[in-house]
Design a protein around this ligand. Structure first.
Ligand SMILES: NC(=O)c1ccc[n+]([C@@H]2O[C@H](COP(=O)([O-])OP(=O)(O)OC[C@H]3O[C@@H](n4cnc5c(N)ncnc54)[C@H](O)[C@@H]3O)[C@@H](O)[C@H]2O)c1
Length: 455
């Protein structure tokens, strides 16, 4: 996405406002940084990827997030938001330095804390006055204390023991596609600190959001804050996998998962969210956090049995649309043309990380199918990944000559297709609905064969 700033990005900061730098200008860093700027804070977004920063300086927004382009434009023009790849400079004269980088796994599967500890070291080497190092990345329990030790050692080596600092854990609960709303109106803000000064600084920072929204803030120690993040993500993923397993059983015993879901979700102790059956979850968040928590357990000789099952059920679920297709054609898939609607792991994002579409496309290609796809925003990632997948000009172009249409992501524009046109364009009128959004009876009346999940 390309936007045009009214003025040239300017590095002059406004006087007296708080200064924040955010290291890691990905989903979390860019959304949080832009939202903080919109609340009147001077924000420098820093990233080691200088190309990404250069593109941002010239108005190219690296992610799709509804409303973000306008907000970036406004804050760059108002000189509250700047971008830099010189991140050591980003530590000078800052009230807060947020760490929002992505964490990757080391060879043994545990989270590689190396990059975060490097940033902590740079922070210790460069700060010139009291500053708070805030960990927004999802990190193993105990990381904030590790970071504190590194900064203390670095200041000691510098002979700058007189410079005070604090470390806070402020895990992020942003959901891609709802990032701005999640930041401005969060369900809760979790603030983990070990000192009174850190807690007071964080209170000051979040005052604007809290003032207007009457939101819940959970003040705790850093270890508990780190654990809350993992536990929350794991609970959501567990609900999804649990309902997918119930859906699969519904199919076998002849029950209807949509009504089961309604019956279960109307229980006020359970609630309706994250119990929709489908073709599996993806994204960076669920798979990585679950993997991390399983690993944290095993490092302490504790077997996270439920989470292992959650992961296994999800891996199986990502293959379910292919399995339905395979059964329908009795394994005779070579040469069949299959159209996919939706590629991103959920609507309103271009993120295809661990998306069910990836497994599905790979299985289809291995089976010798011709694959045609359409997604409103994730087409570029698809073109880069598979040269032999046909990327449709629109959702109708994608279904031309198809023996089946598989719905993987419930983007709004797929909700009410012009079915008569779809049927005319397809070779075999077979719809496999991975998100249970269509009315099967209506489609069957129009002459389609329809499959979904759990009915
Ligand atoms: N994306 C989400 O929905 C989400 C939600 C909540 C929490 N989180 C967590 O937040 C963290 C960031 O996630 P994300 O989705 O924004 O990641 P991302 O991959 O979109 O962005 C990370 C950015 O950090 C940069 N980076 C990496 N190492 C760096 C370094 N050493 N110095 C400077 N920049 C560096 C990368 O170039 C990249 O631009 C992760 O720990 C993630 O688990 C993500």
């Amino acid at each position: 996405m390309q936007i045009k700033y009214n003025s040239k990005p300017d590095k002059t900061k406004r006087k007296r406002a708080m200064n924040i730098s955010i290291v890691g200008t990905g989903y979390v860093g860019l959304v949080s940084g832009t939202c903080f700027a919109d609340l009147g804070v001077n924000v420098t977004c820093v990233d080691r990827d200088s190309q990404k920063i250069n593109r941002l300086v010239y108005g190219a927004i690296p992610i799709y997030e509804p409303g973000l382009d306008n907000m970036i434009n406004r804050n760059v023009n108002d000189k509250r938001l700047t971008f830099s790849s010189d991140y050591k400079k980003g530590f000078i004269d800052q009230d807060f330095v947020f760490c929002a980088i992505d964490t990757t796994a080391s060879e043994d599967g545990s989270t590689d804390l190396g990059p975060i500890l490097e940033i902590a070291k740079d922070f210790g080497e460069n700060i010139t006055r009291y500053s708070v190092f805030v960990i927004k990345s999802t990190v193993p329990v105990g990381t904030a204390q590790h970071v504190t030790k590194i900064i203390n050692e670095t200041l000691e080596e510098r002979g700058a023991r007189n410079i005070k600092f604090d470390v806070a854990s402020n895990p992020d609960f942003l959901t891609e596609g709802n990032g701005i709303k999640d930041f401005m109106k969060p369900d809760r803000i979790v603030i983990g600190t070990e000192t009174v000064s850190a807690r007071q600084a964080m209170e000051r920072l979040y005052r604007t959001i809290l003032m207007h929204n009457n939101r819940t803030v959970i003040y705790t120690d850093t270890r508990t804050a780190e654990m809350i993040k993992y536990a929350a993500t794991s609970m959501l993923a567990t609900r999804v996998s649990f309902m997918n397993e119930i859906a699969n059983l519904c199919e076998i015993v002849g029950a209807d998962i949509n009504i089961v879901r309604h019956g279960v979700g109307s229980d006020s102790r359970i609630g309706p969210k994250y119990i929709f059956p489908g073709c599996g979850y993806g994204g960076t968040l669920f798979p990585q956090d679950i993997n991390d928590l399983i690993k944290i357990g095993s490092e302490h000789n504790f077997d996270m049995e439920i989470l292992k099952a959650v992961e296994n059920v999800n891996n199986r679920q990502k293959r379910i649309l292919f399995k339905k297709l395979y059964n329908y054609f009795k394994g005779d898939l070579a040469g069949k043309t299959v159209a996919l609607w939706g590629l991103s792991f959920k609507p309103e994002t271009d993120d295809m990380t661990a998306a069910p579409a990836i497994d599905t496309i790979n299985l289809l290609m291995d089976a010798g199918c011709n694959v045609r796809v359409y997604d409103p925003v994730a087409m570029n990632a698809t073109k880069r990944r598979w040269s032999n997948v046909y990327c449709g000009l629109d959702m109708y172009d994608a279904v031309k000559g198809a023996d089946a249409v598989l719905l993987l992501t419930e983007w709004r524009q797929f909700r009410i297709p012009a079915w008569h046109d779809v049927k005319k364009l397809m070779k075999t009128p077979l719809i496999i609905d991975g998100r249970n959004v269509y009315d099967g009876a209506e489609l069957e009346d129009m002459g389609f064969t329809y499959y979904c999940i759990g009915r």
